[in-house]
Design a protein around this ligand. Structure first.
Ligand SMILES: Cc1cc2nc3c(=O)[nH]c(=O)nc-3n(C[C@H](O)[C@H](O)[C@H](O)COP(=O)(O)O)c2cc1C
Length: 329
């Protein structure tokens, strides 16, 4: 209530990226958040060998540089994913690059992997006191040609492989030219074999776009099986606008409520073709408890939120946690 009627209107009076920075300052100063308490010990689960106090994570992109790693558990999160980080620090696309589609509870972003680089993130992770699992999401540096993508991911992984609980190969952002082409079989193979050669112990996942055809999804699953990946994260933002009533006319990836259906179709398909032992992290358009429940029903082992947290505020995760039925399996 307090967020919806006071804090959100205040934050939303700023442009979205400024609002994001204000919210981050509120979180890292301790003004936003609470103390860590484990509301629901029955939601604890172990996935790919990692213990999750609850299955709701912060999706990649919110805390790209890990500036608030130690604070997310105070908001109820059971895990977080930092990044996307690239080997080379980079400023991202020119501003403005983040837009609200407020009537439809969506966001459009073309941030372009603005981040301080893998070395800076390594320092943050090494100093972190977080008690929840921390995943690290890796992307390709903009200046690195696509043909050298595997080595670029490898360079980041070499700096970070001992500092995260799981690692994600992000090949699904629409905002780095050519990045999504890396979702094809041969490119994925080159990336995974490079990372595996550096260190094959940490759980490795791949994050995919919601805009892939069924046969492209099946290809991803077959490569993921071949390389014995720990799991797949589905989905990133969409370039599709067909579900919008309004026409924001901004390029970038669409997230939030307009993405729910599309992301659910992908989650359901993946679960039907993935080996049971491979984990599925469901993300995309979880705006309320019912959406979270639906993702689990469709076969997600864990879920992540981004846009729902922006619209729902600091109590968003706790609210869902208090309403979730006990987990099966
Ligand atoms: C502003 C913004 C930045 C994002 N940055 C990243 C990113 O750096 N890496 C990534 O894998 N996903 C990124 N995402 C995608 C989210 O992690 C998530 O997959 C997507 O937004 C769908 O979830 P949602 O509907 O709950 O927001 C970003 C999303 C938004 C809105």
């Amino acid at each position: 209530m307090m967020y919806e009627h006071i804090l959100r209107p205040l934050l939303f009076s700023f442009d979205p990226e400024t609002a994001h920075h204000l919210a981050m300052s509120g979180i890292t100063s301790g003004m936003i958040g609470g103390t860590r308490d484990n509301l629901r010990t029955d939601l604890r689960k172990t996935v790919f060998g990692v213990d999750f106090p609850n299955p709701i994570g912060l999706a990649a992109g919110f805390d790209k540089d890990g500036v608030a790693i130690d604070f997310w558990e105070r908001l109820g999160f059971g895990f977080i994913e930092v990044g996307t980080v690239t080997f080379h620090p980079q400023p991202g696309n020119p501003k403005p690059r983040l837009f609200r589609v407020q009537e439809e509870m969506g966001l459009i972003n073309r941030m372009g992997f603005n981040n301080h680089g893998a070395e800076a993130l390594a320092r943050k992770l090494a100093a972190s006191q977080a008690t929840i699992p921390v995943g690290v999401n890796l992307g390709k540096s903009k200046i690195t040609p696509l043909e050298e993508a595997a080595e670029d991911y490898g360079n980041s992984y070499r700096l970070l492989h001992e500092l995260g609980d799981y690692f994600v190969v992000n090949v699904s952002s629409p905002n780095t030219p050519g990045l999504r082409d890396l979702q094809d079989k041969d490119s994925l193979k080159a990336i995974f074999s490079t990372l595996r050669e550096i260190d094959d112990k940490p759980p490795l996942l791949v994050k995919i776009a919601p805009d892939l055809s069924e046969s492209a999804l099946d290809d991803v699953v077959s490569v993921a099986s071949e390389y014995q990946l720990a799991g797949i994260i589905a989905t990133n933002t969409t370039i599709d606008r067909s579900m919008l009533a309004s026409d924001p006319n901004e390029t970038g990836g669409l997230s939030g409520a307009p993405l729910t259906g599309k992301s659910n179709v992908v989650v359901a398909h993946l679960r039907s073709v993935m080996p049971e032992s491979m984990a599925l992290i469901g993300v995309g358009g979880i705006m309320a408890t019912a959406d979270a429940v639906r993702k689990f029903e469709l076969g997600a082992d864990l879920i992540q939120v981004y846009t729902g947290f922006v619209y729902g505020g600091p109590n968003f995760v706790r609210q869902i946690l208090s309403e979730l039925p006990p987990l099966e399996g």
